[in-house]
Write a protein that binds this ligand. Sequence first.
Ligand code: ADP
Ligand code: MG
Length: 331
Amino acid sequence: DVLVNQIAAGEVIERPASVVKELVENALDAGAQRIEVDIEEGGARLIRVRDDGGGIPAAELPIALQRHATSKIAALDDLESVMTMGFRGEALPSIASVSRFAITSRCAADEHASALAVDGGRMGEVEPAQHPPGTTIEVRELFYNVPARRRFLRAERTEFGHIDDLLRTLSLAHGERRFVLRHNGKPVRDYRAAASEEARLKRLQEALGEGFSSQCLAVAHEGAGLRLHGWLGLPTASRSQADQQFFFVNGRPVRDRVVAHAVKQAYADVLFHGRHPAYVLFLELDPRRVDVNVHPAKSEVRFRDGRLVHDFLFRSLHEALAGTRAGHAAP
Ligand code: ADP
Ligand code: MG
């Protein structure tokens, strides 16, 4: 069983950032409002994710560490409309099979917390512990028992950079929650919960810098059951911003050819020939009109009607950008 989990880990867990992704998505699924990520040595030494979500009852702790023990799909039908981030029930057992793993959790109604340690896939006993409502997961010495993978870890800075990028993306997708990131004990990011539009812009500034937030254009369009909102960058000629392109479908970060093409066309048509514009865009649509589970990394989608989505995006962005040329640019 440990072996099966290690093989699964090979598919899901590529590097420390993959662990952070799975743990933070679980925290989001659990309704956490505040998520703290502590990293040591780029994640090779320690990854700790602490949340204030719903927690896991003591009796269910060992179950959560079993393969395909997801609490998130009641029936196969749900797959069609699944809105939660994770649903495969593989992440925790996979991670725990290739690290020194510990989970401490408490449901708000319970009197105390419970903890469970798993060392290289070997599970300990559930024990009483101290913890406020929510969950903390610690992953130490990732890949300590898979030397070939451990050797593949890159420099501390590189691995931490991947984690930083990931949290930036998640913070953009979940503006109403707070994310804190520390590296080797030092505060690195604090994305504060943003309820107002003004606060969201501030957060955008924290994520993408002054250059973006001071000259971006807000977008909001609706039609044909599609809703698009977010911000478009108005890039200066000097800077390529290919690393500042964020597109979310139903809250999920996505890289997609249909989307990329529509955005590029709209910019090229109106303003900026041959540039990589910066943008943060959110598309909402009926989940049945899009397949999100085509890839384990879940960064790809397949629209049921790509043509319609493409044309909607193109028209919405074209209109927004054309407005700026006519002199209606945001301040
Ligand atoms: P999945 O997310 O695909 O269901 P995971 O292996 O990531 O599978 O998690 C297994 C189960 O453990 C989840 O279905 C959930 O019930 C529980 N769980 C994991 N992390 C948390 C958390 N931070 N808060 C509450 N429950 C959690
Ligand atoms: Mg999960």
